[in-house]
Design a protein around this ligand. Structure first.
Ligand SMILES: Nc1ncnc2c1ncn2[C@@H]1O[C@H](COP(=O)(O)OP(=O)(O)OP(=O)(O)O)[C@@H](O)[C@H]1O
Length: 438
């Protein structure tokens, strides 16, 4: 089998859309690499560029170390399967599977036995004489897979092949597809926006956002040690708690001011030069553990139970902590600013009026205030979270979600204290990049 690679691959469409932005990535021979990201992040375009169905604006595609930019889709010998499995409705399953062989890419002598062999692999050997219209969605997708592998491709390119199927079938086929690719040892690029698919099927996951590669690694690594705020937020159910805060480094301790509460961390040399920095604290629901009030050792958060989602074996408890969340969709994550610039703007007394000035002032950890400020509780460190004061005088609801095992469930309105597992607490700077704490 062959390795598939891209080297600073870029695709800009004629209307100016940058769909793929300098993506360098490699799937080793026989590897199952999943491209994961939200809709529009460029996954399908990468696949189409690798397949030769789209021409790159710059950069290269390499198959087995050889640049294939000038080879046609046929010459690249990769098999692509799309979500809408496009079988020929008037041909039987056997004819559909055998179609690529009859279309003249291979000698046709062994067609029948090859079709039978592949149908066996995919578990559709009993259906060879049926028409696609008489198959279930899952069976059709298996036939599409069979048709893709019948020519013994050098690689599989699978574009959300399971997304048209219902949840049960998807789970079943997930295991089948990954198992088949591994049995055949075919290098596979698999596109999905479904994190469960990515985590369960991949040898490695490549997370993309707006055409830019965020991180590549084994599923456990990408989940447990995300490089960017986007990756931390995108992976994990329920969504990772993202809290606005600022770091204050003192000789004996490091404090993260969350606006309404303080988190005290052990002193850390790694954080020394982040004093005064605005950060996002990311902490997953299962890194928070309810403890009896007053007994908490180490950092903890307090709140009032606002909602209990009982899932049977456990519950997700929404805790109103008064902490303002970081909105992950905000462009701030793509366009980091230093805060210094804002300080200058405030100092220059902009002529745009008092509301604008106040809004800017709220964005600064230590900006001087001319009004009482927002209705957030304040700490002695004086950190103000960011929110759009033009839209609302109140900060957005800052629920922290905690995973609580059943059956001991709290009730709405009860106070709750949760211990924060410091080893699983993650900090990100204003550009969304990880700040290592050790
Ligand atoms: N032919 C085209 N012309 C202009 N823009 C395009 C074209 N094809 C795709 N795009 C844009 O390029 C970006 C990436 O699209 P792409 O289909 O690769 O995303 P995706 O991650 O596969 O999304 P999805 O999960 O919805 O399929 C999107 O903003 C899309 O609108």
């Amino acid at each position: 089998m062959v390795a598939i690679a891209t080297d600073r691959l870029t695709k800009v469409f004629p209307d100016g859309t940058v769909a793929v932005d300098e993506v360098t990535i490699e799937a080793a021979s026989g590897e199952f690499l999943v491209l994961l990201g939200p809709t529009g992040c460029g996954k399908s375009t990468i696949l189409r560029l690798v397949a030769g169905l789209e021409e790159e604006t710059s950069g290269h595609v390499l198959i087995d170390g050889r640049v294939v930019d000038r080879l046609s889709a046929k010459e690249r010998r990769v098999a692509m399967v799309f979500q809408d499995y496009a079988l020929y409705p008037h041909l039987t399953v056997a004819q559909n599977i055998g179609f690529p062989l009859r279309a003249g890419y291979e000698a046709s002598a062994g067609t029948e036995s090859r079709v039978a062999e592949v149908a066996e692999h995919l578990g559709v050997h009993d259906l060879l004489h049926r028409l696609p219209g008489h198959l279930s969605g899952g069976q059709r997708q298996r036939v599409a897979m069979a048709r893709a592998i019948v020519r013994k491709p050098q690689a599989f390119l699978l574009d959300e092949p399971l997304s048209n199927l219902d949840a049960g079938l998807r789970a079943e086929l997930r295991a089948d597809v990954a198992g088949l690719a591994r049995r055949l040892g075919v290098t596979t690029l698999y596109v999905t926006h479904d994190q469960t698919e990515a985590m369960t099927m991949a040898d490695r996951v490549a997370v993309l956002r707006r055409g830019v590669l965020q991180q590549v690694g084994p599923p456990a690594e990408v989940y447990g040690d995300p490089a960017t705020l986007f990756v931390a937020a995108f992976l994990g159910t329920p969504r990772t708690n993202l809290l606005q805060g600022a770091i204050y480094v003192e000789p004996e301790r490091t404090v993260i001011d969350l606006g309404s509460q303080l988190l005290e961390l052990p002193p850390s040399d790694a954080l020394a030069h982040h004093h005064n920095d605005r950060v996002t604290v990311a902490v997953r629901a299962d890194a928070l553990q309810p403890v009896p009030d007053g007994s908490a050792q180490g950092p903890f958060l307090r709140g009032e139970v606002r909602l209990v989602e009982n899932l049977g074996h456990e519950a997700l408890v929404h805790l109103d902590t008064g902490i303002v969340p970081t909105p992950i969709e905000e462009s701030r994550l793509e366009h980091p600013d230093t805060g210094q610039h804002l300080a200058d703007v405030i100092a220059e007394d902009p002529p745009v009026g008092r509301p604008f000035r106040q809004a800017l002032a709220r964005m600064m950890p230590h900006a001087r205030q001319e009004s009482p400020g927002p209705a957030t509780a304040r700490t002695e460190y004086g950190f103000y979270p960011v929110y759009d004061a033009e839209l609302s005088d109140q900060p957005p609801l800052g629920d922290v979600v905690v995973r609580v095992p059943a059956p001991v469930l709290p009730r709405r309105g009860e106070p709750m204290t949760v211990r924060v597992d410091v080893d699983r607490l993650m900090l990100f700077d204003r550009g969304g990049h990880r700040i290592r704490t050790s």
